[in-house]
Design a protein around this ligand. Sequence first.
Ligand code: ANZ
Ligand code: ZN
Length: 931
Amino acid sequence: MWKSLQLSQSVRSLSTRPSTAATLSRRSATSNSRLDLQAIDTKWQQLWALQGDTPNSPRSPKKSYVLPMFAYPSGSLHMGHLRVYTISDVIARYRRMQGYQVLHPTGWDAFGLPAENAAIERGIDPAVWTEENIVKMKKQLQSMNTTFDWDAEISTCSPSFYKHTQSIFLKLYSKGLAYQAEALVNYDPVDKTVLANEQVDSQGRSWRSGALVQQMKLRQWFFRITSFKEFLLKDLDYLGQNDKWPSRVLTQQRNWIGKSSGARIKFNLQDPSGLLTPVHVFTTRPDTIFGVKFITLSLSHPLVLKLVSTTPGLQQFLDKRATFAPDSKEGFELPLRALSPLSEVMGAPLETIPVFTAPYVLEGYGDGAVMGVPAHDSRDLGFWKVHRPEEAIPMVVTGSQPPPSLRVHPNDMTEAFTSPGTLTSLCGQFAGLSSQEGSSQILQLLQKTDSASPFETWRLRDWLVSRQRYWGTPIPIIHCAECGTVPVPEDDLPVELPRLDASFKGQRGNPLDKIQEWVNCQCPQCHGPAKRETDTMDTFVDSSWYFLRFPDPQNTKEPFSQQSASEMVPVDTYIGGVEHAILHLLYARFMYKFLCGEGLIDGTKGQAEPFQSLIAQGMVHGKTFSDPDTGRFLLPNELEETEQGMIVKATKKAPTLTWEKMSKSKHNGVDPSVCIEKFGADALRAHILFAAPVSEVLQWDEEKIVGIQRWLGRVWRIVNDLAALATAKEMDTVELDVAQMSEVDANAVLLTHGTRGNIVETFSNNIYSLNTAISDLIKLTNGLHDTGVSNLSPQVANIAVKELLKMMAPITPAFSEECWEVISSRGPHTSIFEETFVTPILSEEQESALRNRRTTMVCAVQINGKMRFTADIPPPKEGHEALSKADRETEIVSAVLKTKSGQSWLTEKHDWEKRKRVVVVGGGKVLNVVF
Ligand code: ANZ
Ligand code: ZN
């Protein structure tokens, strides 16, 4: 509740410094005072802070959980943060004004590499580094005029949080869903450390030591996410209903899970001595089997590993693996030949084909082996062109226009024909069948000799959660020589990270391995000497469940209570960048489904999905200047503003301007704090929303903030004009008398009412077009400004201005509070956020009564494509009086011609008789004239 009449008054009388609350209130009480947005921010931030928790509707039965993705505490907010938090704050404030009990928390995704690197490089404790960054960033967040439930703030690196991350790990472990297995990792042989993929450069070298990275098998911890694959896939359909999630995110999730149906086909591989070894390949296209020209095995295929000792050059080839690009066409021909199963079943002549090992075949997918069909698969074609540039390629499937010849020279084939089609004459008895029918008949035939079976494969792998790093949640496992792997008992949680002191400066590898007093421990089962697991968890584990903690952040016993979970979760609206479209969301969905399955959360709510609606915001791009000759990105001080525009100082040439992702190397970053200081938080918030639809790229262009400032300035004048109308304030409770209303009043009421309808629709159902909400509000402001509040009846002026402020409040909270105070300065002080959006200004009957008695409407007249003037014209008659379309258009044109501006523009400045085209748009809202 807003509990602070006395509090806010005391703040006012307390502060005496210039531009703080006291001065401000006094100043704003006089009309036409200068608008100082920064001072308004300061004043209201102080008041809000004093007032404690955010103004929630008291115990409303309607709940809404609005959550922005939490931030990594790097030390400063970037523009992407500003965008995401503005959107979530607008939604949270609006829902509160709609009477919801809103939870709008945030916290810190606080584990991760940068803190650890800072520790090792500079000898700073990562915990201290992180805490300092959090303090800075929290201040920045507050300076954005946001309203967060700070009581619920969490940080994933605090033991009170990661205790529960560990208990969830143990729950997974006890169900066999957390397990250890060997996996390939990037190993730096100089630093003797495991590297994350991001730490290996494009040459396959370690970012730090420069050594060639080796792929090594190490025991790693996994979560068995694949056990949930069917649900994770199927429930995407639920998220697709009513656009709960954006379709592009759903597609990315689907592709990542990647279910494909096809067949496993057996090929016999023959070595020089004639010995046959069967190998299976997975294919989605059995219909192309007549076009197979080679077999390729992955670099770690068991057969390849077996051949290493007897095949000269193979080991050297495999050693280069870290240097191969993802689309590499490298390959090594093995001393083997493959026999197609077709020859067996069809008694065809025994033709053998070459066998390779190549990096383009993925290790863990299907059987780690492919049948190469150069005509119909792009990767196979690329590979073939390099390794058999002269050998003809058979076309076994064609579209409606078959090529002149079915055997094509590699040089003549620019692209593989990858779509399904009709099997060609090269396919024997199957010629003429469709791909689908061909696939199924070929499969049936091969099944007779056990050479193939229908097969389904999934791209999704189990989730590798262990990291050989210090700054993460310790995995709560103890290794005992007697008992094996022993979980840490619940009562001993958290397993706390030991503190890192300055002696770790410059150290290599995982610091945890070296802290003997931490590693050595007692086995919980046999009490003998044992060692702690020194791997920590991937930070994606922390973020896979953090949203369950906010409703119950002080719970020391459990991660969250069942009651808190059933009251607040699932999250109603989750907002974040599209860069998290895949992994974070997938892991959170998995974790939530697991916890539902354990009965800790009510899985019957919302299809056991954690985020009932997802708003994926676009990126923020910065204005980027580069040298037109060299393409080098330019620093601000290498540029100069001249009358002819921007030039490069050194060459006097115009720089190339592009919009790109903000980054240090492109010198195009913008510091949110500097912007807030310069323009005020509210102007910035409105600008961010106005500059682009939520899902699209926002091109950060400060010059455009002027438009927003002008808008707020206009609102400020209207508000002060209203405050000067002494009688306006007493009119709140009197009902509108539609029948007696003057024309200007009627127009103002209808405009306000219409805007309100649009705004409510956007805020409630269409957050993606928040940009249009701002333009609607600007239009309403301009309408009221042009009419002049003093030309309205005090009652209508009061209603219109108050409605405008209420609609603005979620977007420009401090500014709207200040305006609200100005117009209610003689009444008791109340917050604008105590107002609701519940009842519209006009009932339906009132609205139609007003519309019908309106005697004019406004028509915007465009001449040769340019808006020139507006004219008052008669509104359309309704019911039996309605004119035909043609008559109505004649009426509109003649009304426009009769106005003063009409005469001046259409008969004096132009010759009406020479008009080329006249078009009426929107029933008379616009008239287009072309001369
Ligand atoms: C022959 C073929 C012919 C294929 C053709 C495609 C087109 P999706 O749909 O993504 O599941 N493949 C199988 N295992 C692979 C592996 N371990 N690494 C790389 N590629 C592999 O892809 C299935 C297709 O990917 C399979 O179908 C196989 O190539 C290839 F005209 O087999 B196909
Ligand atoms: Zn033991």
